[in-house]
Design a protein around this ligand. Structure first.
Ligand code: GLU
Length: 375
């Protein structure tokens, strides 16, 4: 049967829009948030890994500072975001503390996900939080974001986060229960589409430019987000969040639109890596490293014999076996200069060699592809 099966997806990004979270009085709707927290805690207890992308900072802060969002200047909105974000993060941390779930606030700018040299940083931090069973609560860093350099809407931010952490599913909680052939609020002939296998240009046009009063996203940004995420191997769901327990409702078969990803996040990442044209250098490996990589492990500095080229952290480098064959490629966690110093070094000696604390791996296993191998 068609439909979204939550249990088939381990790592989930949940996107919460301002219109769900913020009541008419401009404050966090604590009752709704308590229901969401109960659902998040339950999934967390069932071994799902969750990340929440939540809007609401500007809406809350505008209320606190008495700013009229529609007439506000950019600086006013940035000030509102600064005042509102504290309360937003606090509301989540309180709501989830009821269930002994720890949260962490992460504020991102497009540089953190779009720029390869920066994205390893955000990925490393989010990965470590998830490993420690913490639920990150993520928003755009609106306080420093300007019109030209911002995600603009949290649907896109959530899709980029899903791509970054290689999430299995992205759940966009909305005030509608999915994608329709037209705006159901204004067209009685609008038909609900339960499942989408490929996002077409026609669908993007159908999604139109509908906007809700509080948030900045509409159906168009959701479909665009679904396109980003599904290309990254992450299935995307648009589901109704205007219910007490939105995630349990979805898990119980609540109506939604499921945009199916063609492959897995790992396959999409490897396909992307394999296709990157701009390769900046080489890491020549010993036999121990080659067999470690074939077993699915990360590349440690100790397995590197030599670094060649001129690469920065985040650049693609070729991995070469002792016979000079190209084994695969991956994203370098270190620059060329650092890699030269670290070649052959045990991971616990990295700080002694570099003089500062570094990453324990040279190339992370999620960021490498081995050619002619199933691993
Ligand atoms: N980042 C904005 C906020 O927290 C919201 C963006 C959106 O609504 O999509 O207020």
């Amino acid at each position: 049967m068609a439909g979204f099966v939550v249990d088939d997806h381990r790592r989930l990004v949940i996107k919460v829009g301002s219109s769900l979270l913020i009541g008419d009085d401009g404050h966090v709707d604590r009752t709704w948030l308590a229901g969401l927290a109960a659902d998040v805690a339950q999934l967390h207890g069932d071994s799902h890994e969750l990340l929440i992308v939540s809007s609401g900072a500007i809406a809350i802060g505008s209320n606190v500072l008495g700013i009229n969002k529609r007439r506000a200047k950019l600086e006013d909105l940035q000030a509102a975001a600064a005042a509102g974000q504290v309360q937003l993060a606090h509301a989540y941390s309180e709501a989830l503390a009821e269930y002994k779930v720890t949260t962490a606030q992460v504020l991102l700018t497009p540089e953190d996900t779009e720029n390869r040299h920066r994205f390893l940083n955000a990925r490393g931090t989010l990965g470590r939080l998830i490993e420690r069973s913490v639920v990150p609560v993520i928003n755009e860093n609106d306080t420093v974001a300007t019109e030209e350099i911002r995600y603009g809407d949290n649907d896109r931010l959530a899709a980029r986060v899903a791509q970054l952490v290689m999430a299995d599913a992205l759940i966009l909680l909305s005030d509608v229960d999915g994608f329709y052939t037209a705006d159901p609020a204004s067209d009685v002939a609008a038909e609900h589409i339960p499942e989408v296998f490929a996002i077409t240009q026609e669908m993007l046009c159908m999604a139109g430019e509908t906007r809700s009063d509080i948030g900045s996203g509409g159906m168009a940004t959701k479909v665009q987000a679904a396109r980003i995420a599904t290309h990254a191997g992450c299935s995307t769901v648009i589901a109704n969040g205007v219910v007490d327990r939105p995630l349990s409702t979805l898990a119980a078969g609540g109506r939604c639109t499921l945009f199916r990803a063609a492959g897995t996040p790992a396959a999409a990442r490897k396909q992307w890596l394999a296709g990157v044209l701009e390769v900046r250098g080489e890491l020549r490996l010993d036999d121990g490293a080659v067999s470690a990589l074939h077993s699915g492990n990360s590349l440690l500095p100790v397995g590197v014999v030599e670094a060649v080229g001129n690469f920065r952290r985040g650049d693609v480098v070729i991995l070469v076996d002792p016979r000079g064959n190209e084994l695969g490629r991956g994203l370098a966690e270190y620059s060329y200069e650092e890699a030269v110093q670290l070649a052959g070094c045990q991971s616990d000696k990295i700080e002694d060699v570099l003089g500062y604390r570094g990453r324990s791996v040279m190339v992370h296993r999620d960021e490498l592809v081995i050619f002619n191998s199933d691993s």
